[in-house]
Design a protein around this ligand. Structure first.
Ligand SMILES: [Zn+2]
Length: 144
């Protein structure tokens, strides 16, 4: 009984301090804009998509490297991205996930509209290095 109570208290605290978590499927483009092209390291664009299926079919106008992912975020702009390994191109894996950290060379921000609704959240990813944790299916990066 005592344990249950302790856990309940902990969960409540966690909720209060961090707020609601929202999650969407996203297509994440790597790099940042240099002369109209995405280059180097970082995040260039995050687009909300309908499922975690690799977007092989849709041919993009630019040659940006990208990856499907699950984006988790909070109202305060904290975010975490779980990059899906299935369908991830070797080039992407080698360039962005072969080290222990994910490099972001330029500040990035974007507005995420959940389910195309009016609820919009500003996501900010600061320039820096973020450690990557690897699971069976994902490379997970916490940007806060
Ligand atoms: Zn791009």
């Amino acid at each position: 009984m005592a344990n249950t109570k302790a856990i309940a208290t902990k969960d409540k605290k966690r909720k209060e301090s961090k707020g609601t978590i929202k999650q969407v499927f996203a297509d994440v483009e790597f790099g940042f804009l240099v002369n109209n092209r995405c280059k180097n390291y970082g995040v260039c664009k995050i687009e909300v998509i309908d499922s975690l299926m690799p977007s092989e079919g849709k041919d993009k106008s630019c040659k940006c490297k990208s990856c499907v992912a699950i984006l988790s975020y909070q109202e305060n702009g904290n975010s975490e991205i779980a990059f899906a390994k299935s369908g991830m191109k070797d080039k992407v894996r080698n360039k962005f996930f072969s080290e222990n950290y994910f490099k972001v060379d330029a500040n990035f921000s974007t507005i995420i509209a959940e389910n195309k609704s009016e609820y919009k959240t500003l996501i900010k990813i600061k320039k820096g290095r973020y450690s990557i944790s690897e699971t069976l299916g994902f490379f997970i990066v916490k940007f806060y």
